[in-house]
Design a protein around this ligand. Structure first.
Ligand code: HEC
Length: 141
């Protein structure tokens, strides 16, 4: 009798250990899934940034100011929808703000039908992409 209670207790402890272990793994899995999802959303956002930057190049090459304006608008929209930068990352926030300011300058040059001005601003814009990515590589954000 004593022996079987001992076995039951041991069994229970084992079960609880397994349950706790798999719960832990489940929680970790949920976090992992969330991280994966965030990474996918980020990748899609960035891929569309790349696409709209190419639209600006197309607009510059063809003298299509409407293309430049709408691409700058989309990039501004994506930039503003991005709330992923934590308040503590002041350097990234600064670059993001600069990028938005540069986009507004690209747009207003296009509105004034100033092709060279828009091209020069586009170059500045590309520097902001590089700046942020370089900063990200340096930090373990
Ligand atoms: C304020 C910061 C910031 C700016 C500005 C920025 N990016 Fe990104 N970019 C990121 C982050 C964060 C990632 C994700 C890095 C990672 O994979 O961990 C990323 C990744 C990317 C990727 C890789 C996506 C993939 O397939 O994995 C591309 C392409 C990209 N960005 C393009 C651009 C372009 C083009 C611009 C400028 C028009 C730009 N980014 C501006 C923060 C920024």
């Amino acid at each position: 009798m004593q022996k079987s209670i001992g076995k039951i207790l041991l069994g229970l402890v084992l079960l609880m250990t397994i349950a706790a272990g798999s719960y832990g793994a489940w929680v970790q899995r949920q976090d992992q899934d969330q991280d994966d999802q965030d990474a996918i959303i980020m990748r899609n956002l960035m891929r569309s940034k790349l696409m709209y930057s190419q639209n600006i190049v197309e607009g510059l090459s063809l003298g299509r100011f409407d293309l430049i304006e709408s691409a700058a608008d989309e990039l501004l929209r994506i930039g503003n929808a991005q709330q992923w930068i934590p308040e503590s990352e002041t350097e990234l926030l600064r670059i993001r703000d600069e990028m938005n300011a540069t986009l507004n300058r690209v747009k207003s040059a296009a509105e004034r039908r100033n092709l060279e001005g828009a091209a020069a601003r586009y170059f500045e814009l590309t520097m902001k992409c590089i700046d942020c990515h370089q900063t990200l590589r340096k930090t373990d954000f």
